[in-house]
Design a protein around this ligand. Sequence first.
Ligand SMILES: Cc1cc2nc3c(=O)[nH]c(=O)nc-3n(C[C@H](O)[C@H](O)[C@H](O)COP(=O)(O)O)c2cc1C
Length: 208
Amino acid sequence: MNNSVLNLLSYGVYVVTTLDGDRSVGCIANCAMQITYDTLCVSINHDNYTNGCIKKSKKFAISILGEHVNDAVIPTFGFNSCRDIDKFEKTKTVKIDGLDILTDSVGYVICELTGEFETETHTVFVGKMTAGDVLKQDIPMTYDYYHKVKKGKSPKAAPTYQEETSSPKTVAYKCKICGYIYEGDITKEPDTYVCPICKKDKSYFEKI
Ligand SMILES: Cc1cc2nc3c(=O)[nH]c(=O)nc-3n(C[C@H](O)[C@H](O)[C@H](O)COP(=O)(O)O)c2cc1C
């Protein structure tokens, strides 16, 4: 199986907020998406404090981050737990329908929980949109931009973590034309194999 194919999927970067009783909690998630005209879902790791809080409060908000978001937001919300710190202490927010929305976001969506789906590691929370608005002009940040331009990393809890961790023993080949990385032994591919990006044949790949 060539896991690098997963790198071809697109995501944004979001702060998912909810309530722990009266206290605001939340974390970064890239795995959030609209699934019907008024329904969204977000995938949250079982170990994230935010997970149990969404289960109890039965609502969540998604603040959509822009490319010029304050540099402290992703480290604060993505690499710390609400078990240990108050992530909202130094983050400007506005309360909408009881949930904290980051004022430094391009927009937000508020959802009431309508379903949950368990996987081995993550709960996929499904929510019906009850409110939402555009907040400021900026290009919404993509996960790709976060990695390639901001040079950001993702922790283990991110569903996409595996895509970024290639064991040092993994053999990989790089396409000399477009830079596409093939993880695994490309020599085992049939002669008809072509790079999925630039369509050049196997001879254009060099071992890295
Ligand atoms: C770029 C990025 C993307 C992330 N995506 C997700 C995600 O989609 N789902 C998830 O559960 N955690 C994701 N995380 C990890 C959580 O944000 C992180 O584990 C956080 O510390 C959990 O905080 P909490 O314990 O307060 O809930 C991501 C982190 C980063 C930096």
